[in-house]
Write a protein that binds this ligand. Structure first.
Ligand code: GDP
Ligand code: ZN
Length: 286
């Protein structure tokens, strides 16, 4: 008999699935490819010895992923919100932040930026300056080492996915928010008989009956090969008031005369960094 369940951990082709009756299954996909993400609702075919096969996924509300020229890298399915973790140190990439926000907007996820390590007070001003281009998004300043509570109200009632470059303190934040997170990490490395996967997999944690978190592996790049120039344009929220106002309807906002986007940059209504990010992200699409 087939069961329905939710993928609560994903590491390569291995998945941990929580069936709707509460039982946990270790599962592999039926095909060769791992087309499932943490958070996916799936159809399970139980096999011997507590193992199961994943036959299919149920319809997804959202699917957050990045991609390079060769393949898609799934981050999380069915999330409502992206939580981007940056820190006062080490330095973070504001372009990576822009890219992740574009993927979230394209997938209709809301987004929150967390500035971690605010106990390093002499670094806060520089980090805030780097975050100025993103002032349309909620920003929570905290120190995961001291108190993660300022983030809790924003997680309420949502499935949030945490994304960040390594070193920003994402694991510290998860451990502060979810007291048994470290134990879950240990269990999975025992189940896999290996410690080396523990930092490169996604896992879902329950905060309360209505709120869940997906922790995703730290990343250093966020490819958007799956998006067209038009998709990227649409996902820059602050571009929206100017869309359709350029002289040429197929304007690429590069060297064309009477470009409403470039005019908004010149007038200080679009941040120049975000315009630079747009140009960089659409370089391949031009
Ligand atoms: P991850 O790679 O994003 O999971 O980062 P970790 O959680 O492993 O943290 C990276 C480093 O930053 C570790 O040395 C942490 O102790 C440190 N760290 C994390 N949160 C804070 C914080 O709020 N304040 C300070 N000062 N250091 C932190
Ligand atoms: Zn234009």
């Amino acid at each position: 008999m087939n069961l329905h369940g939710t993928i609560v951990a994903a590491f390569g082709r291995h998945y941990e699935v929580e069936a709707d009756d509460g039982a946990t299954w270790q599962a592999l996909p039926k095909g060769k490819r791992s087309i499932y993400a943490c958070g996916d609702r799936v159809v399970l075919e139980p096999a011997a010895s507590g193992q199961a096969r994943i036959a299919d996924h149920l319809p997804r509300r959202s699917l957050l992923y990045r991609s390079d020229a060769f393949r898609q890298k799934l981050i999380a399915a069915n999330a409502d919100q992206l939580v981007l973790v940056v820190a006062t140190e080490p330095a973070f990439s504001d372009e990576l932040l822009s890219r992740a926000l574009i993927a979230a907007e394209h997938d209709h996820l809301s987004a929150v930026i967390v500035l971690n390590k605010c106990d390093l007070t002499d670094r806060i001003a520089a980090a805030r300056a780097l975050l100025a281009p993103f002032d349309g998004y909620p920003l929570i300043e905290l120190s995961a080492k001291q108190d993660a509570a300022p983030l809790l109200p924003l997680l309420q009632g949502k499935l949030s996915v945490l994304v960040g470059q390594s070193g920003m303190g994402k694991s510290t934040l998860i451990n502060a928010l979810v007291p048994d997170a470290a134990a879950a990490t240990r269990e999975i490395s025992i189940a896999l008989d290996s410690g080396k996967h523990t930092t490169t997999y996604a896992r879902r944690y329950r905060l309360d009956a209505a709120s869940t978190l997906i922790d995703s592996p730290g990343l250093q790049e966020f490819g958007l090969s799956h998006l067209t120039l038009g998709d990227i344009e649409d996902a820059f929220v602050e571009f929206r008031p100017y869309m359709g106002r350029c002289r040429f309807s197929d304007c690429r906002h590069e060297a064309e005369p009477n470009c409403a986007i470039k005019q908004a940059v010149a007038d200080g209504r679009i941040h120049p960094r975000r315009y630079e990010h747009f140009m960089e992200m659409t370089r391949r699409q031009r």
